[in-house]
Design a protein around this ligand. Structure first.
Ligand code: SF4
Length: 275
């Protein structure tokens, strides 16, 4: 039976025992579902005979399907310079891109240059960024970064990881966004909340710490894909694979995914691969 012929009705339980038993996915890395209403396997990720979540062919298939799903995605934060992208990324912490994009057009009209931000005190900036949350810390970071860029980098956002990491409020995620999306430099993989969650669901990492997750991803994702992969996973997290109730029945990665919190499955799931 082809996938298109299968009636897909997520169960109230969130688990698709009956459907799982009638496995319809035949991807090269899909483990067959057990017959009947058996419990999902307790075999840990990567320990099942013949199944390796980090197998190069499986990774290549995931990347291929992401390319098909999200062929030309880019950063969703509105910006027209490295500085604007840096500010928008700092403001996006614990906020949504939509929320940040509501604030930044007026913000960049009011303060059009990095020098204009450097001339502020954090308190002066606070009312303009209040709606993005954590506004006191964000104001401190933005003004502090502006002052440092003007004083030490000639008013130019540096295109160098080490230098970026010296700016207040800038950790690897923000630095990777600026380096990848503006300077087109693949120095690492952006690990935001979506990349964190979905990399675990897809068993590309078992880590919880963003720095360790990034290290794992840098080992298994080809460098030329680092920038695009982050954008694709972020879009996937927004559209199909949110933290709560992922839309697995609509997901073309479904038969490659053994996440323990799937809402639909044609393959055996296990608890180790969950967000
Ligand atoms: S199958 Fe579900 S959990 Fe897995 S990647 Fe797709 S939407 Fe996310």
């Amino acid at each position: 039976m082809s996938r298109g012929q299968t009636t897909r009705q997520p169960a109230r339980t969130g688990r698709q025992d009956k459907v799982r038993a009638a496995r319809v996915g035949t991807g090269a890395f899909a483990r067959p579902a057990p017959q009947g209403r058996q419990k999902p396997s307790s075999v840990p990720a990567g320990k099942s005979k013949g199944y390796n979540p980090l197998a190069p062919d499986r990774i290549a298939e995931i990347l291929k399907r992401l390319d098909q799903l999200y062929p030309a995605v880019t950063c969703a934060l509105t910006h027209s310079s490295a500085w604007e992208l840096l500010v928008a990324t700092i403001l996006s912490a614990q906020s949504t891109d939509v929320n940040v994009n509501r604030v930044t057009p007026e913000l960049f009209r009011k303060y059009p240059t990095v020098e204009a931000f450097a001339a502020l005190t954090p308190e002066q900036l606070e009312p303009d960024v209040r709606s993005t949350g954590f506004f006191r810390n964000k104001s401190k970071s933005v003004v502090g970064a502006a002052k440092k860029i003007v004083a030490e980098f000639g008013g130019q956002v540096p295109d160098d990881m080490e230098k970026l990491l010296t700016l207040p409020g800038v950790a690897r995620k923000t630095a990777n966004v600026v380096l990848g999306s503006w300077f087109k430099k693949a120095e690492g993989v952006v690990v935001d909340t979506h990349v964190h969650r979905i990399s675990r669901r897809l068993e590309l990492t078992k880590e919880n710490d963003p720095v360790k997750i990034e290290q794992d991803l840098m080992k298994v994702i080809p460098r030329e894909k680092w920038i695009l992969f982050s954008h694709q996973i972020i879009w996937h997290g927004r559209s199909l694979c949110p933290a709560r109730k992922p839309k697995c029945a609509e997901c073309t990665l479904e038969n490659l995914c053994h996440a323990g919190d799937k809402t639909w499955s044609t393959v055996e799931m296990h608890k180790n691969a969950k967000a």
